[in-house]
Design a protein around this ligand. Structure first.
Ligand SMILES: Cc1ncc(COP(=O)(O)O)c(C=O)c1O
Length: 361
């Protein structure tokens, strides 16, 4: 069996040791005679898996004690809607900084509940840059300020945490969580779908300052209430146990590999390889994002025409480099370089890019 290099934006490549361990434990987890996916979430076995995953994630991300960590079904989009229900009064103003597709999605999820104020918008510039902080028009009375830490489709990333004063900063870290050191205490809330850097699709992580859970928010069912989930250790109902277990294995693997400092080093090396290949191609490959905010996780790039793009996708796939087709919203190509992508994968991609240019440039 050969495993290809998989550049999918999500669900994305997982570390091979994690998949092998899951395979080995599939029929009989830890000698109990059943798979972990067949055991009650309230039993000692799964409770142990869940608690270890949380403890390891807290270690990996240096999560302060006054933050709750929730493991929830529903994906990042569901969390986007729940932000307003949990933290803003009906009709209250919330500030959004839009730097790509997912910032717009986040706004769509809360419009029914709150008064959305777009404090800054990168769309007039084609989402090629992050509007400078001094140009943001933040509202003094906003319930929170929302940013997308890394825009998976447009390839735009906040390299630093913006200062937004006393209003809590909420951030969608779906495609960059654990890719580099992060000061959690600068944020009121961080959320991420797991399916890029943390594990499989089907579970989302929410890291929230506990005092924010005391906010009244809006009338909502218990299942949409973060405070209820926190009070019940994310076991208000049956949690996505299989996904939580796989997330735990992935986080453990990241700790064993050296943690976020090591991944920041590897991710910078991988991104530099690919951006250098693009910038050094004499215009054959193009990435249009301003250099200081280029994403280290998702690199959209373009060829001179559609015929070459189609050929690149087909030939790269045949060469064992999967899922390089760009998102339909922007077209072109995209390489996602999450933590589980080895440096050798980026080297293989760059080798292919140079070869493709020689043959078709
Ligand atoms: C940055 C970002 N936010 C939100 C989402 C939506 O996540 P989900 O499909 O888990 O709802 C994605 C999915 O790719 C994403 O990349």
């Amino acid at each position: 069996m050969t495993r290809a290099y998989n550049f999918s934006a999500g669900p994305a490549t997982l570390p091979e040791p994690v998949l092998r361990q899951a395979q080995a434990e599939m029929l009989d987890w830890n000698g109990v005679g059943a798979s972990i996916v067949e055991l009650s979430h309230r039993g000692a076995e799964f409770m142990g898996v869940a608690a270890q995953a949380e403890a390891d994630l807290r270690t990996l991300l240096s999560v302060p004690d006054d933050y709750a960590v929730l493991f929830l079904a529903g994906g990042a989009t569901t969390q986007q809607a729940l932000l307003a229900l949990n933290f803003a009064a009906p009709g209250q103003t919330v500030d959004y900084v839009v730097t790509g597709h997912w910032g717009k999605t986040a706004i769509r999820q809360v419009r029914p509940y709150v008064d959305v104020h777009v404090a800054a918008d990168g769309e007039p510039g084609g989402f090629r840059d992050i509007p400078p902080r001094q140009d943001w028009s933040l509202s003094a009375d906003a319930a929170y300020v929302h940013i997308t830490a890394n825009e998976t489709i447009h390839g735009v990333e906040f390299r630093d945490t913006p200062d937004v004063g006393t209003v809590p900063l909420f951030a969608d870290f779906s495609s960059s969580i654990a890719s580099a050191p992060l000061d959690v205490s600068r944020y009121g809330l961080i959320y991420a779908g797991a399916q890029k850097n943390l594990g499989p699709v089907g579970v989302s992580v929410v890291i929230v300052r506990r005092e924010l859970l005391e906010r009244a928010g809006q009338p909502r069912a218990d299942i949409f209430n973060y405070a209820s989930h926190a009070a019940r250790d994310s076991m208000l109902n049956t949690p996505p146990t299989w996904n939580w277990y796989l997330l735990g294995l992935t986080v453990k693997w990241m700790l064993e590999q050296g943690g976020v400092e090591e991944f920041a080093r590897r991710n910078a090396a991988k991104a530099a390889l690919v951006y250098d290949a693009i910038d050094g191609s004499g215009g054959f490959y193009r990435n249009e994002v301003a250099v200081p905010v280029r994403s280290r996780m998702n690199i959209p790039f373009f060829l001179p025409d559609e015929t070459l793009t189609t050929r690149f996708v087909a030939e790269s796939k045949a060469a064992g480099l999967l899922a390089l087709k760009g998102h339909k919203a922007v077209g072109g190509l995209r390489a996602s370089l999450y933590n589980a992508m080895p440096v050798a994968g980026a080297q293989a991609l760059v080798g292919f890019m140079r070869d493709f240019q020689q043959r078709h440039g």
